[in-house]
Design a protein around this ligand. Structure first.
Ligand code: HEC
Length: 120
């Protein structure tokens, strides 16, 4: 009798774990679908680390050497987001942009993309 009681309890525990795991799996699957909303206003404090390069006349940075800096204002938000994620992941190799993108969260990227998409 005692044995059966234990088995039943063990089975209850196992099914409880199963239910929890299933729930966690559902949450994990649902997360990527909930896209991060970009907020242009939230980018106000974040863009200070971009304007040094992306906001200068002629769009050239002079350090460490003179190179062209792409004009990103008015660019499509999805494009900016994709570009920043590519630097972050290392698919795009530019060292400065990689260094910057690595410090940005998903939310930062969405906010900056929203900001630059509507900037002129
Ligand atoms: C030190 C100068 C510098 C800073 C600071 C900087 N960038 Fe860049 N950025 C560049 C350069 C140079 C490139 C071109 C890199 C390449 O050739 O891949 C670039 C490329 C990009 C691109 C891709 C543009 C395209 O047309 O594909 C995006 C988007 C971008 N930067 C966004 C940002 C954002 C947002 C910030 C601030 C968080 C920032 N950058 C800060 C220099 C800078």
């Amino acid at each position: 009798m005692k044995r059966i009681g234990l088995t039943v309890r063990a089975m209850r525990t196992i099914s409880a774990i199963g239910a929890t795991t299933g729930l966690l799996a559902a949450v994990a699957v649902a997360t990527p679908a909930m896209a991060v909303e970009g907020n242009a206003e939230a980018a106000a404090s974040k863009k200070s680390m971009c304007i040094g390069c992306h906001g200068i006349p002629g769009y050239k940075a002079s350090f460490p050497e003179v190179y062209n800096v792409p004009y990103i204002a008015g660019q499509n938000a999805k494009y900016i987001e994709a570009a920043l994620n590519a630097y972050k992941k290392g698919d795009r190799k530019h060292p400065t942009m990689r260094g910057i993108a690595e410090t940005l969260t998903e939310q930062d990227i969405a906010d900056l993309a929203a900001y630059y998409a509507q900037a002129k």
